[in-house]
Design a protein around this ligand. Structure first.
Ligand code: EPZ
Length: 417
């Protein structure tokens, strides 16, 4: 079994360069099939989630070339085949092929996607959007067949500002006849990055980053060059690590505006944060002040940083509260934090953290990607040795995590036990 072994309680300093955003990359790769020519996307992180999507491209006879940090996707000889269950279940973002294949061929056949078990994660809003564009959806033996004679622009209101549904509907609508409007669209920076990519191919999308997105269908999408934005969640994870064990830890190659909710909470608890044009420098304070966080859609406090941030709250002097409003099952890290020495109770969707508590290394499980990140933050601050199991979850989302942390002084190893 492979584990991450951390010998904790070392001060971390130096610089960490942030990779391209996972949650943008996992949509950009499927989006690339909409072009009728080759596209090049740079700054794609080398993580297992992007590898899994490239495997799907290969099953669709799309040529994929990877050079370091860049990916060249050539769909000119693509064939629209069913995507098998194993590929669909490897990750959540396999569902972006539903929108992309529907948009390109007016037919997609695939299963319910996989991904972290952080809630029920229905895809009803995606399907409702496809239906509004004129698609019919049938489900045989757990396989969705989404098809349309013709896709026609429509006005679509999302009951919730879902990231996945907003992107999937954009992918399906980009070549539809006429104008599609998505109201109550998600506003995450990753959505803007996908819309920019599609527009560089010749799409006509406006309003991405606001709650109303307008898509004027086009007939042809050409090749282009595109760059993935920096990963705000990876950056946020390292900022939290900086607040926990950093001495002038520089988090480089970021867009600070994408991290404002986290930065303001770090300042509120007393961490030292110096903001530059494309970097932040974070140091741990002498004393941490308790605070409350409530996750919400962008630009609110991101749910994907809730789990690592909770670790920081264990060091605050007094009572802090964490309310999770996006995912109903995103407190699986709490039991393991308590095993490390934290004092946290959970009631309904709120965790109450009593601090400060000393953290001491033990064996813990990465139950999902960001729970794994939380274990990592805790292990780096804990005295003694922390062993994290189920590390596949962590490797799905953090590029070169061991190398990046070793580079700033952490004692961490990916090893077989
Ligand atoms: C994306 O998931 C991210 N994943 C998640 O990151 C992130 O936590 C989430 O957005 C919220 O920011 C990817 O980008 C691959 P949603 P997504 O659709 O698109 C409900 C990570 O750790 N909903 O915005 O699946 C849903 O149940 C991952 O990197 C419906 O009810 O999230 C949830 O409560 C985990 N019906 C809420 O909306 C739907 O059809 C937000 O989901 C779709 C969603």
């Amino acid at each position: 079994m492979r584990v991450l072994e951390i010998n904790g309680n070392y001060e971390l300093s130096g610089s960490i360069r942030i990779s391209g955003a996972k949650n943008a990359s996992v949509a950009l790769i499927p989006a690339a099939i909409l072009a009728d020519e080759e596209t090049t996307i740079c700054n794609i992180p080398e993580i297992t989630d992007t590898d899994a999507l490239c495997e799907i491209l290969e099953t669709l006879n799309v040529k994929v070339k990877r050079a370091s940090e860049s990916i060249i996707i050539d769909p000119t000889e693509m064939i629209n085949t069913d995507i098998n269950e194993i590929h669909c279940k490897k990750l959540r973002a396999s569902y972006y092929f539903m929108g992309a294949l529907l948009g390109k061929y007016k037919k997609a056949v695939m299963c319910f996607p996989g991904g972290c078990s952080i809630g029920k994660r229905p895809i009803n809003l995606h399907l409702k959007g496809f239906e509004s564009l004129g698609a019919t959806i049938t489900n045989h033996n757990n396989q969705y067949i989404v098809e349309a004679e013709e896709l026609k622009g429509a006005n679509i209101y999302l009951d919730f500002a879902s990231v996945g549904a907003t992107i999937n509907i954009m992918l399906a609508a980009v070549k539809a006849k006429g104008i599609t409007t998505i109201d109550n669209a998600a506003k995450e920076p990753e959505i803007v990055n996908i819309a920019t990519f599609l527009n560089s191919m010749g799409a006509k999308i406006s309003g991405a980053g606001t709650s109303t997105i307008k898509i004027e269908g086009v007939d042809y999408l050409h090749g282009c060059f595109h760059e993935v934005i920096p990963d705000r969640i990876e950056a946020g994870t390292y900022m939290i690590i900086g607040a926990m064990c950093g001495k002038n830890l520089k988090i480089d190659n970021i867009i600070p505006a994408h991290l404002e909710a986290l930065t303001s909470k770090l300042l509120e608890i007393g961490a030292h944060v110096q903001i530059g044009i494309d970097y932040v420098i974070v140091s741990k304070p002498d004393k941490y002040i308790p605070t409350n966080i409530k996750t919400s859609v962008y630009p609110g406090f991101p749910t994907d940083l809730q789990q690592p941030f909770t670790v920081l709250l264990t060091q605050c002097e007094g009572k802090s509260k964490v309310e999770e409003t996006i995912w109903e099952n995103r407190f699986m890290h709490i039991a393991y934090l308590n095993e490390l020495g934290a004092d946290i109770t959970v009631k309904n969707q709120t965790a109450t953290v009593f601090g400060p508590t000393k953290l001491t290394g033990t064996t813990v499980v990465a139950t999902d990607l960001r729970a794994g990140a939380a274990m990592l933050v805790a292990g780096l601050a804990a005295t003694g040795v922390t062993i994290i199991t189920n590390i596949d979850h962590i490797l799905r989302g953090y590029e070169q995590i061991v190398e990046k942390l070793v580079g700033v002084g952490a004692k961490i190893e990916n090893k077989e036990i």
